[in-house]
Design a binder for this molecule. Sequence first.
Ligand code: NAD
Length: 370
Amino acid sequence: MSTPSLLILAGDGIGPEVMGEVRKVIDWYGANRGLSFNVSEGLVGGASYDAHGTPLTDETMARAQDVDAVLLGAVGGPAYDDLDFSVKPERGLLRLRKEMDLFANLRPAQCFDALADFSSLKREVVAGLDIMIVRELTSGIYFGEPRGIQDDNEGGRVGINTQRYTTNEIRRVARSAFELARRRSNKVCSMEKANVMESGILWREEVTWVHDNEYPDVELSHMYADAGAMQLCRWPKQFDVIVTDNLFGDILSDAAAMLTGSLGMLPSASLGAPMANGRPKALYEPVHGSAPDITGLGKANPIACILSFAMALRYSFDQGDEAARLENAVEAVLASGARTADLLGPEGGAPINTSQMGDAIVSALDASIR
Ligand code: NAD
């Protein structure tokens, strides 16, 4: 196969700072593991608006469609808050997700042992936690029609949103979840509200259909999303892969993320249908935003962005062992006590800066091949 291609869209705020550290890691793989990438760069968000008057140009959109994977930093910032909705930085990201049809959003909640005391839950509840939430990203109540705010003809108003899912939309995201489970602990829990929503009944039936017909070897369970939220806080380690709709996934993945501590640690992947070469359409990005409060101060934690690249190694490039090498390098650095400012507990300590964290991870990668 030809050299895999990566489009880097660093974006705004701390995006370019954390992406600089990812570049060090990419270069390390090229120099030490024979894993080279054809890397190109582009603009997104406010940076693209400043240069071109739009948060994503057609040309960048076309390049994103063309590459094997897109790595994105973050978009947004106070300088763009008053822009018209149509050119706000977030529109660039939404356009990428929509036009690449990235229907499966993968949000791991993984608790590194060295940070277990950082969680709001007890150490024994979160230490060693490794779960994956698969959220349907392109349909459901955020997109369903009719929607809007109308007069109710009785002197008041009515706000309307519609939860709508088709067989195909449910089946394709269910397949993503079952495929993932096969690479992990082989368990999927599907969450909906089949007790009060017809769309939930359909969701449960279609997930069950995919399971029975295509993935009978994977263990499938169902849970109402509200009960799932409680179980995530009570004993999250009971889960392996959770698959759920857009709305519940939005909420449950944020809740699960906080089990593990800082926003600076959380990667994500958004995957679509396979391309001609078999790789899925893919965009990898940290969960955090552009963090204007710390931009330019060297305080940004690059780990979320680096772990997003680890997800790219695993899910786009079939390099699970190399992804694990990178995750282990992060674990080793944290175990050594190195912390960016966001990872310092109440007892404080001396933080290292963004670049030092990137260098420490590269040194740990070096150590892994010695
Ligand atoms: P944020 O995630 O940017 O920041 C929230 C808090 O977490 C801040 O105190 C920030 O300093 C801290 N933080 C975030 N990432 C960090 C990191 N890597 N290392 C250390 N600390 C980190 O969220 P916000 O403040 O609500 O939003 C700021 C801007 O980012 C807004 O314009 C928002 O629209 C945008 N945003 C973009 C995305 C995205 O690009 N996907 C996501 C969320 C918010």
